[in-house]
Design a protein around this ligand. Structure first.
Ligand code: SF4
Length: 434
């Protein structure tokens, strides 16, 4: 019998990447093998993102491509993830090429959905409203993601995540530790614990294991896993205990992703972020004061309803003062059902783009300054693969979550090597093996 071939296409955040890995592992247990490209697959799973309108537009375009592919050959097309949850039945009406749809709480029914689609049905699997974590989220390799939380209770006014992923659920510590131990046994070296807001781990269930304590336990049981990271920290919830455990435990990588979104208190309040620019900068100072060599990265959103030139000036000033090692920048677009959607979208698109350009240009200058301070220094990097741009070079990651390219043999993939950081191309280092 011919093996059945699976292709998974993933959009959005690291959480989606981890969940896609879980889908691959789940279907592999039923004999599915990975196809190299969608044209070779018997089943295509699209794991979608709804966070920004632009992500949904890309997915809509991609569905059109699959519609045309379906004219020439038969395969099953399954939509899952946040956009599947958001649109539900509407997705089947809008996109006739979709054969099955699995929502946020339906993950356990995915195999069943594939079977029913194979039998000619068009199933919509919603689950029972209880989110259950998969047991494993990695199909191998030196680096893996381990979800510790799902959903979000924060309701930032612009964000659709609490609506499509539901309320916060913390994964039991025993399950997290079991997955970490399994990754260690499999030779994994770099693990990232994931959640929309990891610092509120077990906030809702009265549990005694806070996130800093969970990190301590993961570090204690990590075996040969050398690097442990976590994403994402909400500034209002990052505690002194977290900074203390990072300072004490050498396996915890010196990188904090701390989305600020805006430098204007007025905009932060309208976004329902729960902190001020001053409070945020005090946190940055505390982190930098306790953790030598730490990198702090952020997300910045411009064009929020009512954002003025003065608000943009405050954001640029905060960026300069915080000295972000990297910033993921994006422009606002309203998401259906969120509080901010009621404010309309008054900042015109050309103005949003012009503000975004200024923020990106400012961040480029800050990156040159911050990363420039590391040039000439020796660092340890974990080689992750071959560079996509130049197959003769390797791609590696530093402890502080920067990327480096270096000449070297692919046999180094999955190994730590010592390098000298020689120059910069954007935010990526060029390095030489010592
Ligand atoms: S913390 Fe705010 S921005 Fe982040 S997922 Fe929750 S609601 Fe969205």
């Amino acid at each position: 019998m011919q093996p059945r071939r699976l292709f998974v296409e993933t959009y959005g955040c690291q959480m989606n990447k981890a969940e896609s890995e879980a889908i691959v592992a789940d279907l592999a247990a039923e004999g599915w093998e990975l196809a190299r490209k969608p044209d070779d697959a018997d089943l295509v799973v699209i794991n979608t993102c709804s966070v920004r309108e632009t992500a949904e537009e890309r997915i809509r375009g991609r569905l059109g491509w699959y519609r045309r592919l379906k004219r020439g050959r038969h395969f099953t097309l399954l939509l899952t993830g946040c956009m599947a949850e958001r649109l539900g039945q509407r997705a089947l009406e809008e996109f006739p090429e979709i054969d099955a749809l699995v929502g946020t709480y339906g993950r356990e029914g995915l195999r069943e959905a594939v079977r029913r689609a194979g039998a000619g049905e068009r199933p919509v699997v919603d689950g029972d409203g209880t989110f259950r974590f998969a047991a494993r989220h990695s199909s191998g390799g030196p680096r893996a993601f381990v979800p510790v939380m799902h959903g979000c209770d924060n309701f930032c006014s612009y964000c659709i995540v609490p609506f499509v992923r539901g309320p916060e659920v913390s994964r039991p510590a025993a399950e997290v530790l079991a997955e970490v131990r399994a990754l260690d046994a499999n030779g994994c070296l770099d693990v990232t614990l994931l959640g929309q807001n990891v610092n509120s781990y077990r906030r809702g269930d009265g549990g005694t294991i806070t996130f800093p304590r969970l990190l301590g336990r993961v570090a204690a049981e990590a075996g040969r896993i050398r690097w442990i990271r976590f994403l994402t920290s909400h500034p209002k919830d990052l505690s002194p205990d977290l900074i203390a455990v990072m300072a004490e435990e050498p396996r915890l990588c010196r990188h904090v992703h701390l989305p600020v979104q805006s430098g204007s208190d007025r905009v932060l309040a309208a976004m329902n972020r729960g902190y001020t620019a001053g409070g945020y900068l005090r946190l940055v100072d505390a982190i930098r004061g306790a953790l030598t060599g730490v990198s702090i990265t952020t997300d910045i959103l411009t064009g929020f309803p009512g954002e003025t030139e003065e608000d943009v000036r405050l954001t640029l000033a905060l960026m300069e003062r915080a000295g972000f090692d990297e910033a993921f920048t994006y422009r606002y677009n309203p998401r259906e059902g969120t509080a901010a959607a009621l404010l309309g979208d008054p900042v015109q698109e050309p103005l949003k783009l012009e503000r975004l350009d200024r923020i990106i240009a400012a961040q480029r200058r800050i990156v040159v300054r911050r990363a420039g301070e590391r040039l000439g220094k020796v660092a340890e990097v974990l080689v992750e693969g071959v560079s996509r741009r130049n197959p003769g070079e390797l791609l590696a990651r530093t402890e502080w979550d920067a990327m480096a390219v270096l000449p070297g043999d692919p046999s180094l993939i999955g190994r730590f090597v010592r390098v000298r950081l020689e120059s910069l191309a954007g935010a990526t280092f060029r390095a030489a093996i010592l």
